[in-house]
Design a protein around this ligand. Structure first.
Ligand code: HAM
Length: 491
């Protein structure tokens, strides 16, 4: 049956409330992957993204407002999540292609995990935001499960599962969807894809240096320079040293880190109150605040002395950065603590130097995560790099690629009886690896327009008179050149 009656029916339904039919279109345009056909177009659209992303958005008319005949399902995906129409999918594949290529260059192996994980993997008591944002529920078998908010615990789980069969060090990367019930802001959504690179079995800062190298290589491939983006680095051992100075028990270390990470996000008084509730004395709070404001390694050395691990690790990392040739990207900033409980050493975050966006990526060392799952510890470090903030940055910098659909050939029979011949020709070309769109039941004028729309390279016209001579007519669309070629020689 023709699709037209159905389409007609939908149009009739939509006509009285036109905004319903418009909404999915405008929403698609505004998503973080809204490169659509041109970077210019996308950057003009990006300014509306933050408006749409707030919870204040007007709700669509309720079912009661619409007459029975008008009731159409809500065609938008759940708030904070995205559809990926072809043009957005092209951008996503382009981005993931760079994630994969950089990982390959650094000699990392790809791994994958289920998006659905056991809730127990994410139960941590340090009061992290991430554990309060879980999409968690009971499955039909009564098991507590979550849509993972991050991938690091799954990595740790697999390392433990593989046990002695894995040879260390291991270098794994993965790209996967993560879910967090977040308040949406620019570049922060309720689902996002995260590129993770992690190294297990290297205790020296060489591992951190390799990971930061990967991040820098990635930025450079996209045309982002060290004047656009910087990477702030510190170590949790800085905070640990301060807490030791004030005899604060080790067991509240993770909790203190999570609170300190809120510095600048909530008021100073609130941070101080939370620290004191956790058991940090007012003198220690003062000490922490003083150290957090340090912006140079020399000053840190003056405060902590030169024999501590924090200073030694950071000095070594900056030395390595010189050798790799990316030191211009790095700055020491003692206020970088990161909000996840499990970090134990060096921590880092990439940021846009204009200060318009949230962290572009972040990571650090987590040498004691495995023991929280009941296993022996293995030194580990890694980073997570989301797909949303980077797209916002590319828009800001006019660096979004112009990704057109690309098809090699359109094969078009000029006569209905030639369908069989056209199929044979399309098959031969596809067997050679060319992408072929086989078009039927259209007028030639439409086919030419279609060729332009899908950016086809050639048009292969299957006509009666040419076929009788064993030939087809080929039109090269970029040059408008036209010629006949023997079917067997078409390549
Ligand atoms: P994270 O800082 O929570 O770290 O997330 C890493 C990155 O994921 C962020 O810098 C950002 O690019 C992206 N991201 C996080 N939440 C959202 C969101 N709601 N919407 C869009 N993008 C988001 C972790 O997840 C650690 N597990 C990273 C890690 C790996 N550490 C060691 N290995």
């Amino acid at each position: 049956m023709s699709a037209f009656p159905i389409l007609h029916h939908h149009l009739l339904l939509l006509r009285p409330r036109l905004h319903i039919s418009v909404k999915p279109f405008s929403r698609t345009l505004r998503g973080p992957f809204s490169s659509l056909v041109s970077a210019q177009c996308a950057s003009s659209l990006s300014s509306t993204a933050s408006r749409e992303d707030t919870d204040e958005m007007a709700d669509p008319p309720s079912a009661g407002e619409l007459s029975e005949q008008q009731q159409l399902i809500d065609v938008n995906p759940p708030r904070g999540t995205r559809d990926f129409p072809p043009e957005d999918m092209r951008l996503r594949n382009w981005l993931f292609g760079h994630f994969r290529e950089v990982s390959r260059i650094l000699s990392f192996e790809e791994v994958d995990f289920p998006v659905l994980e056991s809730e127990s993997l994410f139960i941590r008591k340090a009061g992290e935001e991430i554990t309060q944002q879980l999409y968690n529920f009971e499955d039909k078998g009564g098991r507590r499960v979550v849509l993972r908010p991050e991938i690091t615990p799954s990595l740790a789980r697999l390392v433990i599962k593989q046990g002695k069969s894995v040879s260390l060090p291991l270098k794994w990367f993965t790209i996967g969807q993560c879910w967090r019930y977040e308040r949406m802001t620019r570049g922060r959504r309720r689902e996002h894809y995260q590129w993770n690179m992690d190294i297990f079995g290297v205790s020296k800062v060489r591992a951190e240096a390799e990971l930061i190298h990967a991040i820098v290589l990635f930025f450079e491939r996209l045309g982002i320079t060290s004047s656009d983006v910087g990477i702030r680095v510190s170590s949790r051992k800085v905070l640990q040293a301060v807490l030791q100075m004030y005899c604060i028990p080790e067991k509240i270390f993770a909790e203190v880190c999570v609170i300190v990470d809120k510095w600048g996000k909530i008021t100073k008084e609130e941070v101080e109150k939370e620290l004191s509730l956790a058991g940090v004395t007012p003198e220690a709070v003062k000490g922490i605040v003083e150290v957090l404001s340090l912006k140079s390694l020399d000053k840190l050395e003056e405060v902590l002395g030169s024999d501590g691990e924090a200073v030694a690790d950071l000095k070594k990392l900056f030395e390595l950065a010189e050798q790799y040739g990316y030191s211009q990207w790095l700055t020491f900033d003692a206020s970088i603590v990161r909000g996840l409980a499990y970090y134990t050493g060096v921590v880092f975050e990439a940021f846009d130097r204009e200060g318009k966006l949230r962290a572009i990526c972040g990571g650090g060392r987590y040498d004691r995560l495995l023991s929280t799952f009941g296993s022996d510890d293995i030194p580990a470090c890694g980073f997570g790099f989301g797909d949303a903030v980077i797209v916002e940055l590319l828009k800001e910098k006019g660096l979004l690629p112009d990704l057109m659909r690309q098809v090699d050939d359109i094969v078009f029979p000029l006569d209905e009886e030639l369908d069989g011949q056209a199929s044979k020709i399309a098959t031969a070309l596809r067997q050679k690896g060319r992408s072929v769109d086989l078009v039927e039941e259209k007028r030639l004028k439409w086919v030419f327009k279609h060729a332009e729309r899908i950016n086809a390279s050639r048009l292969v016209l299957v006509g009666n008179s040419e076929l009788q001579r064993g030939m087809v007519r080929v039109k090269v669309l970029s040059t408008r050149e036209e010629y006949e070629v023997k079917i067997g020689e078409l390549s």
